[in-house]
Design a protein around this ligand. Structure first.
Ligand SMILES: NC(=O)c1ccc[n+]([C@@H]2O[C@H](COP(=O)([O-])OP(=O)(O)OC[C@H]3O[C@@H](n4cnc5c(N)ncnc54)[C@H](OP(=O)(O)O)[C@@H]3O)[C@@H](O)[C@H]2O)c1
Length: 142
């Protein structure tokens, strides 16, 4: 039986992305992240870049993704993807497949929180549609 202490996670609420990646070399890795232009997604992308990963950075517009990559001071591939628009998701899938890069990880970060009213997309409440975009984000990496 494993000692429970061996399962302890050495990070807490104040740990940063750089703390988590300390000593981790991501050179040669390609990681896709949605919602790269803001908040947690931006900081995660920045830390991944800083530790050597090539990021495929998704935002609603390619310009927004490009600006985020530049703002993070690293390099990466900007891709437009509005997770509330299936045509945009399909276009992003096509672009990503066209890159010919094997993905090492997909971070389905983008989401909507605290929607003030029950707006619907494709007959589904918007927050639910965009947040479990993990399933479509998984398609992005398929
Ligand atoms: N911060 C928290 O305490 C907390 C707690 C629990 C869960 N979360 C989850 O963690 C994730 C990041 O949170 P955050 O605090 O960093 O939020 P945030 O700053 O509001 O970032 C959300 C990101 O998702 C993107 N996004 C929203 N709808 C989109 C759509 N239809 N298509 C493409 N991108 C879309 C936003 O793009 P735009 O800028 O273009 O809108 C933005 O880049 C979210 O999924 C959130 O639900 C956060």
């Amino acid at each position: 039986m494993r000692n429970s202490s061996s399962l302890a996670i050495p990070f807490a609420g104040r740990s940063t992305a750089d703390d988590v990646l300390s000593g981790v070399d991501l050179a040669g890795k390609t990681i896709l992240i949605t919602g790269c232009n803001s908040g947690i997604g931006f900081e995660t992308m920045r830390a991944l870049q800083a530790h050597g990963a090539h990021v495929i950075a998704l935002a609603r517009s390619e310009q927004s993704a490009r600006d985020a990559i530049a703002g993070a001071g690293g390099s990466g591939t900007p891709v437009a993807c509005d997770l509330g628009d299936l045509a945009s998701v399909d276009a992003a899938i096509g672009k990503i497949h066209g890159l010919g890069r094997q993905l090492d990880a997909v971070i389905a970060n983008a989401g909507v929180m605290g929607a003030s009213q029950a707006e619907q997309l494709y007959g589904v409440e918007k927050q639910f549609w965009v947040l479990p975009a993990g399933q479509r984000s998984a398609r992005l990496g398929a």
